[in-house]
Design a protein around this ligand. Structure first.
Ligand code: HEM
Length: 487
């Protein structure tokens, strides 16, 4: 399979997971014993049509679908995290030799290879002459942008981070954060190789901290995180009395792997696609660029990517994340519910070929991968019947659709519906939240270079690399330290 730079293209090895229950490769399953849920394509088409918000009309703002608890920037931070996890850093030769990723694959990691690629020795075109700084580009009017080749294609570890102008802005923020970290004492005076390696470690650990404590905590709530990332203590002899040592232990109930961690399809094809419902129809980037659709039919201006940042499209990040120093209003994300923005039903060809409606793609991919129904997974998790959504709780789905599906619904739809019914669309529900939290924390602990694997009690330190207080570091702190435009 040729490598495609787009978020919408099926990753290497995804379909191979279907064939064998003993399969061990890049993708795998959390709930191997449950039967696939295989509704008719007509039923899925009809469900997908129900999942689209009306086309936005000029001057009409539908704020009822907004989520006051999660600022809009986290939608794209979530997309960035997806790219980081699903990025395939193996070389083209390895991909050709092992198209199904059964042998040659790296386990999914939050290691920012989507930014660093395979490093300055293997991919020097991403780096400055010193092999320490990442290249930053400029558009034709001199505003900062991702570095690009003559055709406007971004030079990035993972080209999918150029899919829209918001995620590409975040990728630029990460490049700039790295460059500032390596310019900060004591790193600034280290020999080049050490300076790069240490800079990359610091960037990764701070980013990983923000993934768990800023992003995931908003999505699932701290109780779920604390149930997985548990404080434990043990005693060591220290002089006349034993001393208690406090550390953290990761306890996973449903995501099990032995030698190598893998990407579960229940996460990548089901639960983690919740982010598609958080996308707003329109955004404000700055004072001048307002109410611009995420995707529109040409020639209307939109936020599509894979091109140089248009002049004037600089992002004021205080419109996307909470910055205490700014008075700008933050745009909220949309609720995690069963409605997706209209723009996601008319995806451009560069983002998705043939099927241009994202909900339809999500539902059909779930069927193609033989995912169990949401209800079957809820039962396998031991969720009590009064929290499992069926019948009346799935309304206002039309009766015809309820009949077509029976008591069960696709996992993707289920995760959105339970968030809508049980959490008012403000965060994920019991099934979606548990899958997302176990996989994110499980993969982090399985990554041999993560802070959780190397030094589980590590915390960001006040005043260092953007952390305002001990144990506090958010996406906004990262962007502030990176010196992007805040507004
Ligand atoms: C404007 C924003 C976005 C667009 C246009 C978009 C588009 C797409 C498309 C076309 C696919 C492939 C569907 C298929 O054929 O299976 C996809 C897959 C996926 N999306 Fe998104 N997406 C967006 C944002 C997000 C966000 C915010 C998240 C999560 C927070 C997310 C998570 C995923 C995941 C997990 C997959 C499957 C794995 C992968 O291929 O990376 N996406 N998206």
């Amino acid at each position: 399979m040729p490598l495609h730079p787009f978020h919408g293209i099926e990753p290497r090895g995804l379909m191979a997971v279907l064939r064998s229950p003993l399969f061990e490769g890049r993708f795998g399953r959390m709930f191997r014993n449950l039967p696939p849920f295989l509704p008719s394509n007509e039923a899925l088409d009809a469900l997908a049509r129900q999942m689209v918000e009306p086309e936005p009309q000029p001057g009409q703002d539908d704020t009822t679908g907004d989520n006051p608890d999660i600022p809009a920037g986290f939608t794209y931070f979530g997309q960035f995290v997806d790219h980081d996890l699903t990025f395939d850093p193996t070389s083209q030769l390895q991909r050709d030799n092992d198209p199904e990723a059964l042998v040659d694959f790296r386990t999914p990691r939050f290691d920012l290879d989507s930014v660093y690629g395979r490093g300055p020795d293997d991919q020097p075109f991403l780096y400055g002459d010193d092999g320490v700084h990442l290249l930053i580009g400029k558009n034709k009017v001199g505003e900062e942008d991702l570095p690009r080749n003559g055709k406007g294609r971004a030079l990035l570890g993972d080209a999918r981070n150029d899919e829209n102008l918001i995620v590409s802005g975040l990728a630029l923020g990460l490049l700039k954060y790295h460059n500032r970290v390596v310019d900060t004492p004591p790193l600034a005076t280290l020999p080049a190789e050490k300076r790069f390696d240490e800079g990359r470690r610091i960037v990764r650990w701070h980013y990983q901290w923000a993934v768990v404590h800023d992003f995931l905590s908003r999505l699932v709530g701290n109780e779920v995180i604390e149930n997985i990332l548990r404080p434990v203590s043990f005693k060591v002899p220290a002089g006349p009395e034993a001393k208690a040592i406090n550390t953290l232990q990761v306890v996973l109930k449903f995501f099990h792997f032995s030698k190598r961690a893998f990407m579960p399809v229940e996460f990548s094809v089901g639960a983690y696609r919740f982010g598609h419902s958080m996308v707003r129809g329109e955004y404000e980037l700055n004072d001048q660029v307002v109410d611009i659709p995420i995707f529109a039919k040409p020639p209307e201006e939109d936020l599509r990517g894979f091109r140089e940042r248009p002049p004037g499209h600089v992002i004021q990040w205080a419109r996307f994340f909470k910055f205490v120093e700014s008075r700008l209003d933050i745009q909220p994300s949309r609720k995690i519910d069963t409605k997706l923005a209209f723009g996601l039903s008319i995806l451009p060809e560069a983002v998705a070929k043939e099927i241009h409606a994202l909900a339809e793609r999500d539902l059909k991919r779930g069927k193609a991968l033989g995912l169990p129904s949401g209800q079957a997974i809820a039962r396998a998790m031991g969720i009590p019947e009064d929290l499992i959504l069926r019948g009346a709780r799935l309304r206002p789905l039309p009766d015809k659709l309820l009949e077509a599906f029976g008591e069960d619904t696709p996992l993707f739809f289920y995760v959105l519906k339970e968030a809508e019914v049980l959490s008012q669309g403000r965060k994920l529900g019991p099934v979606g939240g548990r899958i997302v939290a176990e996989v994110l924390i499980g993969l982090l602990s399985a990554d041999p270079a993560s802070y959780l694997a190397i030094q589980p009690t590590w915390r960001p330190k006040a005043g260092e690399f953007g952390a305002p207080r001990d144990g506090e570091f958010t996406v906004a702190d990262l962007l502030r330290f990176a010196r992007v435009t805040i507004g």
